[in-house]
Design a protein around this ligand. Structure first.
Ligand SMILES: O=C(O)CCC(=O)C(=O)O
Length: 480
């Protein structure tokens, strides 16, 4: 593909989409139709909207502007090795953690500041301030009590700058968004999110998304260890060319697509698409997950698995929790039986309520159909054809590159020259704190225990267990 074609703005490609423009690219009709297509899960392919957010204020912010937001606050980042050619992915539990101010982070990427950690240049490690709920990290600070109201006003205004209306979600802004700031080479291991679909905006720098359709699930060896609610990881380490070679027959059966996002670009990722995401340079992106009707059932699946995992980790030695849980799930060791019961009750009730609302609305619909013509109230219905799905695909396919599987090797970093494994740390100055809690060492040898968890947590098995669980609850409720 001609490289320049990748960056063609929407108006150059699709007459349909531009002739209705409020801005050169978007109209409310366009965004309303897109919203419907997304909520009805009609798209089924990743879509890229080049430059659709180029007028978004955060896409114009400089690193200095971001610095004004974070000021002297210490950012909790995780850091990993640039070269990682082990058989297991570089799980979060194998990364280090440190706290660093924005200023020092920028100085470090510019080579103007050395971390007090051996082998920690930008060639050796990457840092990722990832998966941060935006309202928790973007807030202005008050220097004096009297500025407080003004600050609340400014912070609220700031969150509105992350409004997703161009993609049809006028009701979503910074309050519903997550922030990802990564240095060159930082990445998120291959996984899919069990709930929702995803809208992503690249705000600064470049990021590559390597995505796989749900039908590739079996080839990608799904695992629920490390356990993280709503994430299914792949056991294949896409960041390693050796691993890709070792699994080449499975990988050859996959249909990956590569998408590189630049500032102002947005990505729509349909539900249950696998993704491996890597910062090409210093990158800032923001995303929002859009809930879908299918999430009601997923919530039940996740509640069932959570119950199994928590009873596992709470009935064995603490080191099992270290091995099995992703670091952000360590509080599962403190969860009691009542919490688990509550989660299961709430998830199943929400599912039954949803099921009932569906059957009510479909019986209302069929009753309406029986009404005499004259009595029918005509609701203006949005035609999904107004923005043709084909046009959307045609436009987006210029930006979504279908990869032959062997090309995956190019995504992987070169073969490792390292033998060191996890990053280590030593004495630190006040603006950089390393977390010395040693991550679990070496190769996490799978145990039978993990095999059981992976059997129960396998997407096909979990689906069946959740269906049976709902059946049992329904039966119990009807006899109560
Ligand atoms: O940007 C990343 O590193 C990962 C993003 C991700 O996993 C997501 O938005 O679901």
């Amino acid at each position: 593909m001609d490289d320049s074609a990748k960056h063609l703005p929407l108006r150059k490609i699709s007459g349909d989409l531009t002739s209705i423009g409020r801005t050169p690219f978007v109209s409310s009709k366009f965004s309303d139709c897109l919203r419907e297509l997304i909520l009805q899960d009609k798209i089924g392919e990743p879509l890229v909207f080049r430059k659709i957010h180029e007028d978004w204020a955060p896409c114009k912010w400089t690193l200095g502007d971001w610095g004004d937001i974070f000021r002297d606050e210490k950012l909790s980042v995780r850091y990993g090795r640039q070269k990682w050619d082990k058989s297991n992915p570089q799980w979060e539990s194998l990364c280090g953690n440190l706290e660093i101010t924005w200023t020092k982070l920028i100085e470090w990427i510019r080579g103007e500041y050395n971390l007090p950690i051996p082998n920690s240049s930008t060639q050796d490690i990457w840092m990722y301030y990832d998966y941060k709920y935006l309202p928790e990290v973007i807030h202005l600070k008050s220097e004096s009590e009297k500025d407080f109201l003004k600050l609340i006003y400014l912070s609220e205004n700031l969150k509105k700058k992350f409004c997703w209306s161009n993609l049809g979600f006028h009701d979503r802004n910074g309050d519903h968004s997550t922030l990802w700031i990564g240095t060159s080479g930082s990445y998120t291991n291959t996984h899919y999110d069990t709930y929702s679909c995803n809208l992503v905006c690249q705000v600064y720098g470049k990021k590559t998304w390597l995505v796989f359709p749900p039908c590739d699930t079996e080839h990608l060896q799904p695992t629920r260890v490390p356990y993280e609610e709503s994430s299914v990881y792949s056991q294949i380490n896409i960041a390693s060319s050796k691993q890709i070679q070792n699994n080449i027959s499975a990988i050859k059966k996959c249909s990956p697509r590569r998408i590189t996002l630049e500032p102002g670009d947005c990505l729509y990722l349909p539900p249950k698409w696998w993704h491996f995401v890597k910062s090409e340079d210093f990158s800032i992106s923001v995303n929002t997950w859009i809930e879908l009707p299918s999430d009601h059932f997923t919530r039940v699946e996740e509640a069932v698995l959570r119950a199994v995992v928590s009873s596992f980790v709470n009935s064995t030695v603490p080191s099992t929790a270290d091995k099995v849980l992703n670091p952000n799930e360590m509080d599962l060791t403190e969860i009691g039986e009542k919490d688990t019961e509550d989660t299961l009750r709430v998830a199943s009730k929400a599912f039954f309520d949803y099921e009932e609302s569906i059957s009510q609305s479909s019986s209302e619909k069929s009753a309406k159909q029986l009404e005499p013509q004259g009595l029918q109230i005509k609701k203006p219905r949005l035609s999904l054809e107004e923005i043709s799905l084909e046009k959307l695909m045609e436009y987006s396919s210029v930006s979504v590159e279908k990869l032959p599987p062997f090309k995956l090797e190019e995504e992987a970093s070169g073969p490792s020259t390292e033998a060191t494994g996890e990053p280590s740390s030593s004495q630190l100055p006040s603006n950089v704190d390393c977390n010395h809690e040693a991550p679990p060492k070496g190769s996490p040898t799978p145990t039978y225990f993990e095999d059981v968890l992976n059997a129960v947590g396998h997407p096909d098995v979990l689906k069946q267990i959740a269906q049976r669980f709902l059946h049992n609850v329904k039966q119990r409720n009807s006899t109560d």
